[in-house]
Ligand binder design. Structure first.
Ligand code: SF4
Ligand code: MG
Length: 267
């Protein structure tokens, strides 16, 4: 492992994230996965939308695109279609990916385009001060749900698996070794990979829901998570960690290239 800082734009530090935010832990896992695979940093592109987690590419030494809210996947799709040999990685948050970008997410899964998406799920819109998102658990408090959220939540792995993603996994900022391994496997998969990283926002979600400080929130994740077992449908804990989908299906840019060749190639 090279020094993690070799992958960081140190001149952009200090970062804007609050003390105890989970974003740094997820970025650390992503960097270790990239390093373990020895990906060429000149052929690896990071794309993000808007939100606290979407600031990450700005701190990392890769070509990067910081785009508009929810639209990281269309930009990433364009990059991959134009240049299929690039490693394209999207870093997104729960609001960015599952609300405004939700439609892009299901269609990227359906196409099985070779993009790896890390969705940092801190259960809330952090950057805009704690509004509830499609991943805020039912009953939890948020700036826009002061009496408790009555919406049900998406289960991202089920959503992405049903939509056609070929690698789907979930870990957390507590399960750091799994997180790095799942991201690594997602990067190796030739198709659409979604890795949900359950994270913490002590500033808004934790404080409003009286979950304590960052170490207490890490402990909360530890005590409320369980490992996925194939065939088991019901779990008594709220956070199920594991690999849910790992399969082979035709990849979109490959199918597109084959179609162009069949039609006589680019002239
Ligand atoms: Fe992290 Fe929440 Fe602070 Fe945003 S508001 S930087 S998600 S702790
Ligand atoms: Mg969020």
């Amino acid at each position: 492992m090279n020094n993690t800082l070799e992958y960081m734009r140190e001149n952009r530090l200090p970062h804007i994230w609050c003390p105890g935010c989970g974003n740094g832990t997820v970025i650390g896992a992503l960097i270790r996965a990239i390093d373990a695979l020895g990906l060429d940093t000149n052929k690896t592109v990071l794309v993000s939308g808007i939100g606290c987690s979407s600031r990450a590419p700005g701190y990392m030494k890769f070509d990067a695109l910081h785009t508009t809210h929810g639209r990281a996947l269309p930009f990433a799709t364009g990059i991959k279609m134009a240049n299929p040999e690039l490693n394209v990685i999207v870093i997104s948050g729960d609001g960015d990916a599952a609300a405004i970008g939700g439609n892009h997410l299901i269609h990227a899964c359906r196409r099985n385009i070779d993009i790896t998406m890390v969705i940092i799920n801190n259960n809330v819109y952090g950057m805009t001060s704690g509004q509830y998102s499609p991943l805020t658990p039912t009953g939890r408090l948020a700036t826009t749900a002061v009496y408790g959220n009555i919406d049900r939540t998406f289960d991202l792995p089920s959503l992405c698996g049903a939509a056609g993603a070929t690698y789907v996994a979930r870990a957390s900022v507590y399960h750091v070794a799994q997180l790095k391994n799942y991201i690594q496997k997602g990067l190796e998969n030739k198709g659409f990979s979604m890795i949900e990283a359950v994270s913490i926002c002590p500033t808004y979600f934790g404080r409003r829901n009286k979950l304590g400080d960052a170490p207490a929130m890490f402990n909360w994740i530890k005590e409320n998570s369980t490992m996925y077992k194939q065939g088991v449908m019901e779990y008594d804990k709220q956070i199920v960690i594991g690999e849910f989908v790992n399969k082979k299906d035709p990849e979109y840019t490959k199918s597109y290239t084959e179609l162009i060749e069949k039609l006589g190639g680019n002239k």
